[in-house]
Design a binder for this molecule. Structure first.
Ligand SMILES: Nc1ncnc2c1ncn2[C@@H]1O[C@H](COP(=O)(O)OP(=O)(O)OP(=O)(O)O)[C@@H](O)[C@H]1O
Length: 356
């Protein structure tokens, strides 16, 4: 058995969960407030004890309530990166990062050298001499990431690491985490409220509701075809997979989807185009005029959603499974019923292409 295996029940938090993170896998935990996401991370980190359960990481038993095993947090080989950077206030940034290597028995010089390397890797070079009180929120979070990674955890626990950052700083940290998690094949369990974090960082999504796993699967499947109420609420986005090209992506069927390309995309590598169903216009025939992404679809279903109706395309062809939100009037006028043909169009400005 390898990777993380967890089975835990904690009545006080109404939690009863089984979870697996494979070696090198990044799993995003999604769920409403109070669904138990942070509690789960605390159990893995060893900050909380379940009433009953067993947690193993690779060949090590971290917890076994039957056998009375409880490995303390600092000997679990896991690191928890919280919303707030939680750096040691009296140590410089470099000493904060060197703390992990020192704890692993590295000499002062070697630990320092590792700290410099990690600060460099997270784009915080030049900040090593500063105390945490002299860092901005974004800088402190970068240093915290460096400190977490320098500890060489077997599993990285991320509790909404982007939450405390302003909107301007979040994309840079997201990209940094992506680079680190992908290139180094790190295993991680990521708690997030943000679909984009899950999409960009995670291989798999696990949805918690009321302390139970209600859905799990590859990120794109869960986000594009959500089965749980929560996933449907947070996701419900159109996702089109393909390969990044200069101004968008190309699907495996050769269809070009134009959009704004995230700078983290590399041409020729896997990417996913994301756009909201409300950005999709529906036409009876091929729309002309401004350059748009347009595809002919066969309507699979038409479901009321408040003031609007959601039109879903059949699961085959170029526009497989795409969704469009239109007014009730438009749906009637266009005679959008299952089996009908229609054109879905979305402006390039409404499409964002992310690494996939
Ligand atoms: N320190 C605590 N003491 C007692 N109960 C707690 C404590 N922290 C959380 N809980 C309860 O445990 C349950 C799970 O909470 P938890 O914080 O794990 O949820 P979460 O999914 O991380 O929520 P959020 O998205 O709001 O951070 C909730 O019912 C919550 O009220």
């Amino acid at each position: 058995m390898s990777g993380l295996h967890l089975r835990a029940a904690l009545a006080q938090r109404d939690l009863d969960v089984e979870l697996h993170v494979a070696p090198g896998e990044v799993v995003a935990l999604l769920g409403p407030n109070g669904s138990g996401k942070s509690t789960l991370l605390s159990l893995v980190a060893g900050l909380l004890q379940p009433d009953a359960g067993r947690i193993t990481l690779d060949e090590d038993v971290l917890l076994d309530t039957d056998a009375g095993t409880h490995v303390p947090p600092h000997r679990r080989g896991v690191v928890l990166l919280a919303q707030q950077a939680l750096l040691f206030p009296h140590l410089s940034a470099a000493d904060n990062v060197a703390f992990g290597p020192r704890a692993r028995g590295r000499g002062r010089g070697a630990a320092r050298a590792e700290a410099v390397r990690w600060l460099d890797a997270v784009g915080a070079d030049g900040l090593g001499a500063r105390k945490p009180s002299e860092l901005s929120g974004g800088q402190a979070q970068r240093v915290a990431v460096a400190r977490a990674l320098a500890a060489e955890p077997r599993l990285l626990l991320l509790d909404e690491p982007m939450e405390a950052l302003d909107v301007a700083a979040a994309p840079a940290l997201r990209q940094l985490l992506r680079t680190v998690l992908r290139t180094q094949g790190r295993s991680a369990l990521l708690v997030t409220h943000d679909v984009l974090d899950a999409l960009v960082l995670a291989d798999r999504v696990v949805v918690l509701e009321s302390g139970r796993v209600v859905e799990s699967g590859p990120t794109r499947d869960v986000l594009s075809r959500p089965r749980s109420a929560f996933a449907a609420r947070v996701a419900g986005l159109n996702l089109v997979a393909g390969t990044a090209v200069e101004h968008g992506l190309r699907t495996t069927d050769g269809v070009l989807v134009s959009g704004t390309v995230d700078p983290a995309c590399v041409a020729g590598e896997r990417a996913v185009a994301v756009f909201s169903p409300s950005a999709v216009a529906v036409h009876p025939s091929r729309p002309d005029g401004s350059p748009r992404n347009a595809v002919e679809v066969v309507v699979a279903s038409v479901e009321p959603r408040g003031e609007q109706v959601r039109v879903r395309a059949v699961e085959s062809g170029d526009g497989a499974g795409l969704m469009a939100d239109v007014t009730v009037g438009a749906a009637a006028e266009l005679e959008l019923v299952p089996g009908a043909r229609a054109w879905f169009a979305v402006k390039a400005a409404e499409v964002v292409v992310h690494p996939g």
